[in-house]
Ligand binder design. Structure first.
Ligand code: NDP
Length: 293
């Protein structure tokens, strides 16, 4: 069984981006700049935002962090994004999700200029992805593709089952894997799917993004499958100093012995997401400054 190390591949991606960034700065005199907007005090979101800032520092990027009160109005948030869209010093804009319930997430994400949309969630970028001409691939699906490539896991003609249909993971990874070149036969499952195990058991490659701890058990996985576990769930654990441990949507200990390859949690898909965000931010800077890095 191959334990797919997102930690190792992410380090490789980060090194590539760091080197490309150094070349970019040398040739343009500009530093890529990422603006990150965090609304409210969700501890997990605050941790992700801090990691993104640290990664920017490591890459040689500039970053601006906007920490806004949970009570901010939708209009004020949109005003800030509009100002960042117009700011030529800013290459990428990331709005940390989830947003408070009084804010319309779609409206906010649609405000981010498509050419600064390093999360790849703008309708224009989603549309291009579906058409097979992506500009910014959403970070987690981009990370999954890179993991498959690094471990030479071929998707041509394979039965891929994606469990979860979110806009940030399930829909885009399904759309990417069905494109010409990737050539997978893709099934998408969700909470209303009848007989989930029937579908998961047919998967050569099973991708799970549901946010339900340890939900995928050994009897739901085919012998020799590749399993990509996107889930990141906090499970109470009093033996840990922080009071919890991270677990995936897949019961790793049970499922791993049946697999050809599997991603662990933590250390699988998670580290890839930030690495791909760094790649997208550099890509945005290159597009803005019109030179290749
Ligand atoms: P969402 O909560 O937006 O969506 C969950 C999806 O899973 C929905 O489509 C839902 O169906 C489906 N679902 C929920 N429960 C079940 C079930 N029991 N059986 C089948 N389908 C189910 O999820 P996200 O994509 O945002 O996140 C999923 C998980 O991935 C979370 O744990 C999150 O923390 C993690 N994550 C990790 C990232 C990383 O970098 N590693 C990045 C992003 C997310 P329906 O549509 O019918 O409601």
């Amino acid at each position: 069984m191959i334990r797919v190390s997102g930690k190792e591949v992410a380090a490789k991606v980060r090194q590539e981006v760091q080197q490309a960034c150094a070349r970019f700065i040398e040739s343009t005199g500009n530093r890529p700049c990422l603006a990150v907007i965090l609304v409210g005090d969700d501890p997990a979101s605050a941790t992700y935002v801090a990691s993104k800032g640290k990664a920017c520092d490591q890459m040689g990027f500039l970053h601006r962090d906007y920490h806004l009160e949970a009570t901010i109005s939708e209009n004020e948030l949109i005003k800030l994004i509009t100002a960042l869209n117009e700011d030529i010093a800013v290459d990428g804009i990331l709005v940390q999700l989830p947003l408070p319930s009084h804010v319309n997430e779609h409206k906010v994400l649609d405000t981010v200029s498509a050419d600064k949309d390093v999360d790849g969630l703008h309708p224009t970028n989603m549309g291009k992805l579906i058409l097979g001409t992506p500009v910014f691939i959403p970070c987690t699906p981009g990370g999954i593709l890179r993991l498959l490539d690094e471990y030479e896991i071929d998707t041509v003609g394979k039965q891929v089952v994606v469990v979860g249909r979110s806009n940030i993971v399930g829909k885009p990874i399904a759309a990417l894997l069905m494109q010409k070149g990737r050539d997978a036969t893709v099934t998408i499952c969700h909470s209303r799917t009848a007989d989930l195990a029937f579908h998961t058991c047919s998967a050569d490659i099973l991708i799970v993004a549901i946010g339900s701890p340890l939900a995928i058990t050994a009897s739901m996985v085919k012998e020799g499958a590749v399993v990509i576990d996107v889930g990141m769930n906090r499970m109470s654990d009093t033996s840990r100093k922080r009071g919890y441990r991270l677990v995936g949507d897949v019961d790793f200990d049970q499922v791993a012995p049946k697999c050809f390859a599997i991603t662990p949690v933590p250390g699988g898909v998670g580290p890839m997401t930030i690495a791909m965000l760094m790649k997208n931010t550099l890509h945005a800077a290159v597009l803005h400054h019109g030179r290749s890095s």
